[in-house]
Structures are given as C-alpha cells and as structure tokens.
Design a protein around this ligand. Structure first.
Ligand code: CP
Length: 307
C-alpha cells in the first residue's frame, strides 16, 4: 500500500491495512538498531520538533533517538522552557515552529484533541505523542508490534487490559488497534474506572481480575493516572492491590506463555509485583526497544508526506 497521511493523530482512524503497514515498516527499521552505525539518511535535511507539554521519559527520548537515526535535525521544547508559561497560545507557538520550517512536530499535551487542532492548521506533520485521556497511538503500535513479534499474529489472541481504563489514552489506542487486528479484548478494573459503557466499543468488561488470569494470552497492566483524577475512584492503594494488582500469587495462574506488558511508568508493588515486572514473562523492556523502530516508521512515513 502507499502511505497517505501527513499526521498520526490516533489509531481509531487507521485501517487494519495501515496498522499492518506501519508494523511491517517498523520491522524493516528494527534491523537498523542492530548495525554498528545505527543511522540511515531517510529524513536528512528534515527538522523535527519534539514538543512536550506534559512529562515523558520513554516517548520523548525514543522520538528523539528515532529522528537522529533517520538523520533528521531535532529540537526539544518543553512547557517550562517555552513561552507557553508566559501565556502564548499553543497555536501561536506552533505557528512559530512552522515559520522555522519544522517538517515534523511531535506533540504531547494534557488536552485531548490538541494534536488534531495543530494538524488542521499546519503544513508540518503532527504526530500525537499522547493527548489527555484521548489517544497515544505510537504506544499502541509498539504494543501491537511486541505482541506480533512474540505470537506471530494478533488475531484471535485474548488480551486483558487491567487498571485505570477511564483515564488512559494507552487503553483507548490499544483497544482500537487490537480490535482492528482481530484480538479479543477484556478490560479489567474497578467499576469506577472501567464502566460498562466501554462494551459499546466491542470489548468485554469485568471487575474481577481472577476471571481473565487463566485465559489471557497477554496482560497489559496500566498505572492509576492520579494526575487526571479529580476525586477518589477506589478506597485506597491497599484495596486496589488486593483486588486488581498482578501479585506473585496471581502471576502463577497465568498461562506459561502469557506476555506481561506495561507501557510505563510502573508503580512497582501496585499494579504489578516487582519480580513479575522483571521476570521471564515480562516484555516491558522489549516494548521500550520496539518503540524506537515503530517511531522511526511513523516519522519516515508521515515525514515523507509533509510538504
Ligand atoms: N508510556 C509512556 O508514554 O511513557 P512516558 O510517559 O515516559 O513517555
């Protein structure tokens, strides 16, 4: 297929064919990371602005490394180092970046829809690096990539996403991607954070973690997004661990080939036991490594469309 999108704003709008094409392109870039000289000239002469208005370790760093490996020039801007704190609007800031002929803008923002707002107004490619509780498309792509690398396919797998679904952009993007590629998805968590309305998306909802442990091919643990919650959604951390934490005891009930995933950052001892996070079934660090290849693919494909 021929890639035709200048922006990557979410997984919801992608077809299964586009997702597969992105994953296949990432496969080609994964090999670059194993070379002695980890660099290709694909985006030579292009400028990428990493514009992070919310904190990030993995996503910001991996977009920067991905861009460097593609030979693009990279500029990093954070909220605290930009004139946003002096009251400049997001649109004005982005127009300034475009005036410097930025070809790609990678945006993380606390407001859902901020990347779309810019994409509709700028000629530059806009890549969503996580917007509010809306979407985190490259996280879902790297999760799909990691699952496919281990299982050969995503179709037909049972994937349990566990934790704070209501406030999670990772959950939303994963749900869209997994369903499009033919997985069966179960959401697990407290009823306050996993309301039944999610079933309209085509997933199963349960409030009992024990119901999925023995059948899941993949468990994807999410942290509680305290920064987006304006009230208490469960009685306390102890209660949460008792009901929804992937403890050592629960870990023993997983299938031996069940993948344990987490997008990070991890709250060890809360959503997952520390030993399980570092154990043989965990692919958490592989997710991080695969994020590079996936983000190289996204930058290469969208950067090739931007005018
Ligand atoms: N998974 C993820 O988005 O991590 P960061 O917040 O560190 O980028």
């Amino acid at each position: 297929m021929r890639w035709q999108r200048k922006d990557l704003l979410g997984i919801r709008e992608l077809s299964a064919e586009e997702i597969i094409f992105l994953l296949d392109t990432a496969d080609a870039f994964k090999e670059v990371g194993t070379r002695e000289i980890k660099k290709v000239p694909a985006l030579r002469g292009k400028t990428l602005v990493n514009f992070f208005v919310e904190p990030s370790t993995r996503t910001r760093t991996s977009f920067e490394i991905a861009a460097i490996r593609l030979s693009a020039d990279v500029i990093n801007i954070s909220a605290s180092s930009s004139s946003l704190i002096k009251g400049e609007t997001l649109k004005d800031t982005a127009k300034i970046l475009e005036a410097y002929h930025a070809d790609l803008i990678v945006l993380r923002h606390s407001s859902s829809g901020a990347p779309q707002f810019l994409a509709e107004r700028l000629k530059s490619s806009v890549i969503n690096a996580g917007d509010g509780a809306h979407e985190h498309p490259t996280q879902a792509l790297l999760d799909l990539y990691t699952i496919r690398a281990h299982k050969g396919t995503v179709a037909g797998l049972h994937v349990a996403i566990i934790g704070d679904i209501l406030f999670s952009r990772v959950a939303r993007s994963n749900i869209f991607g997994l369903l499009k590629l033919g997985a069966r998805v179960t959401l697990v968590g407290p009823s306050t954070l996993v309301p039944r309305e999610f079933e309209k998306l085509g997933v199963t909802v349960t409030h009992k973690l024990d119901e999925v442990l023995e059948t899941a091919d993949v468990v994807n643990l999410l942290r509680i997004q305290h920064e987006r919650q304006r009230k208490e959604y469960f009685p306390g951390i102890g209660e949460y661990v008792r009901l929804f934490g992937l403890t050592k005891e629960r870990g023993k009930r997983l299938k031996p080939d069940c993948l344990i995933m987490h997008p990070g950052p991890i709250n060890r001892g809360v959503e997952i036991d520390s030993e399980l996070a570092d154990g043989t079934q965990s692919v958490i660090l592989e997710q991080v490594t695969n994020g590079l290849a996936v983000r190289m693919a996204v930058l290469y494909l969208c950067g090739g469309i931007a005018t």
